[in-house]
Ligand binder design. Sequence first.
Ligand code: FCB
Length: 450
Amino acid sequence: MTVKITFPQGFLWGAATASYQIEGAWNEDGKGESIWDRFSHTPGKISDGSTGDVACDHYHRWKQDLDLMAELGLQAYRFSIAWSRVVPKGRGNVNEAGLDFYDRLVDGLLTRGIAPFVTLYHWDLPQALQDEEGWPVRSTAEAFVDYANVVSARLGDRVKHWITHNEPWVAAFLGHGMGIHAPGVQDFQQAVAAAHHLLLSHGWAAPVIRANSQNADVGITLNLTDVVPASPSPMDYRAAREMDGFLNRWFLDPIFGRRYPADAIEWFEQVHGVQVNVMQEGDMDVIAAPIDFLGVNYYTRTVARDSSPDNLPRTIITDDAEFTEMGWEVAPRSLFHLLNRLHFDYQPANIFITENGAAFPDKVCKEGHVHDDRRLAYLKEHFKAAHDAIQCGAPLRGYFVWSLMDNFEWSFGYTKRFGVVYVDYETQQRIVKESGKWYSQVIAQNGFED
Ligand code: FCB
């Protein structure tokens, strides 16, 4: 028996991208260098030795990309602004040509009936600010507010959805703790400072954006996960609690006015030898600035296991699991749990899934199609989970697939394809994958048959 799954009226269906991953034109029309330009140009940092110098060449092909979005029937498009295209040195001089690019993009979206969701920071800090220590220092947060002011003053009449930051956890901890993302620093003390200044800059920027953009909705996007213990042992439960503090609550709690969680502060001290002492008076109130929506990026759940040798039993609950090309477990029910948890524990007024999707090894067949059945199945199961959470009352207002098209997947270069549109990087040809065609029908019907 088939069941028709229908989303609430007005549910917004979209797709997401990020500047460094698609734009290319890394040094054109006055753009300054970013930390991702520097990082990808450093030998050994990107697994396939590639860079974002050209990427999907979206900077030049934006019109045809917008036409493609219209063809798919997208109702919203989430993209990010390259700070160093607008303010090449991070602070000071504004590059009008850079602003013009985004201005045209916004007009092009609106002409096609697509709502722009702008992310101000998706990890590409101007290198000039990194040269002054970057996010671990407070002055970077101040520079971010000036930049947010410039962009929202210019686009705020037409852009009504603003996301200050994308995944500050990743920017802080992969960039400054583990060093596998730009700027490639390995120092947890700096990572915690970076996380704090990212959050602080969010809190400072929110009212500035609102002042420039009447009736705008301002939010922040976090990478969130459902942490489950690997076994019923008390030690794995404790490990799960710790991971939840590190991955989820470290950001959720302060944004929702609860300050940094005490257990996680202790964990940072004990496990990483980090003193959490970077906050100044009043900071936590700034960070708790009210948000209009929470952006949720969800890809997979996290199975937590205690590392001590005496932690028995070792029941592994992921044995029959399916994994994507990233090695991430396909775990749609965890999206359901996560959305409910956010709704019950934090009560955001509105939630958008600002990213969700999967990388699989796609191939173009002889007839020129891309039969990405596994991605289609992934999306369908996650839509069901999202729909179920809405039935439980989660205030989920929209969904953005990651990604509109295959692109530069950070330290993995071009080896991971996340798009619902395939990109042939030699010719820059775009081919809508089967999942993209299906997604387009879902949008048209505001749901699907299961
Ligand atoms: C998220 C990033 C996005 C993309 C996906 C796969 O962490 O926000 O840019 O790389 O992962």
